[in-house]
Design a protein. Structure first.
Length: 245
């Protein structure tokens, strides 16, 4: 299957299987803005059923590993869904799912060119994330995990972290956020805090982008894709950093 055909089949299947909305094409273009997967080795941390793992494969990645600890023992859940998608797409790329955390993942394996954490960085250790700013031990906990990422990342590798920031207008007012009502804001952190810790682990050149709602398209991104507007909406960011060469 040609590269363009593989990508188009991916977008078709994602919408058909209701893995994402019809805005998946636009969302991936924003999330991975300026990033090439061609010939790259990709590690997807907390990748669930592999939504972005399969995107990387369809975009020409050489190898993709999806880490999803909840897949362990989930024959009718995450693991089965991953297998169904893999069977439907039949990617030429080597793509595997491992039911393990990044902490327990074998760091003697080959290095990766792209490491992705989409809505998962706070789940690496939720309690440590809650106390990240105030407790040195919590910072040490994440520091160890980020050092692990540094060992897994090849020289010049790209790290993409997408998540909700802790600061949000609705939470400050003790009100339920109407846009993302299930978010537990205390279990998240500001991208600058993540960037500072990742810098200590050998990552640099932090770029922070604030992503607006996909349904608003490019006009919405132009108007609302900034920290101030995001503070009153969903506080969703994308942090990109590079592994030191």
């Amino acid at each position: 299957m040609e590269a363009n055909e593989a990508v188009e089949e991916y977008f078709r299947l994602v919408v058909l299987e209701r893995l994402f909305s019809k805005r998946i094409r636009y969302y991936t273009s924003r999330l991975f803005q300026g990033l090439s997967f061609e010939g790259k080795r990709v590690l997807d941390i907390g990748g669930g059923t592999g939504l972005f793992s399969f995107y990387a494969a369809s975009m020409g990645a050489k190898k993709v590993i999806c880490l999803e600890p909840e897949a362990e023992g989930s024959a009718n859940g995450v693991t089965q869904r991953f297998k169904e998608i893999k069977s439907a797409l039949r990617p030429a790329t080597m793509i595997e799912q491992y039911a393990t955390t990044v902490q327990d993942f074998d760091d003697q394996s080959e290095k990766f060119d792209i490491i992705l954490s989409h809505n998962s960085i706070n789940h690496l250790d939720e309690q440590a994330c809650v106390n990240l700013v105030s407790d040195p031990k919590a910072r040490e906990t994440y520091g160890r995990m980020f050092n692990k990422l540094g060992r897994l990342a090849d020289k010049g590798a790209k790290l993409i972290v997408a998540d909700y920031a802790r600061r949000n207008f609705w939470d400050l007012c003790h009100l339920q956020n109407p846009f993302v009502p299930t978010i537990e804001w205390e279990k998240h952190a500001h991208p600058k805090d993540w960037a500072a810790l990742l810098k200590e682990a050998g990552f640099w050149n932090a770029r922070i982008r604030w992503l607006s709602f996909t349904r608003l398209g490019q006009p919405g991104q132009l108007l609302l894709g900034n920290e101030i507007a995001s503070y009153f909406l969903d506080s969703f960011f994308c942090l990109t950093m590079d592994r030191q060469a």
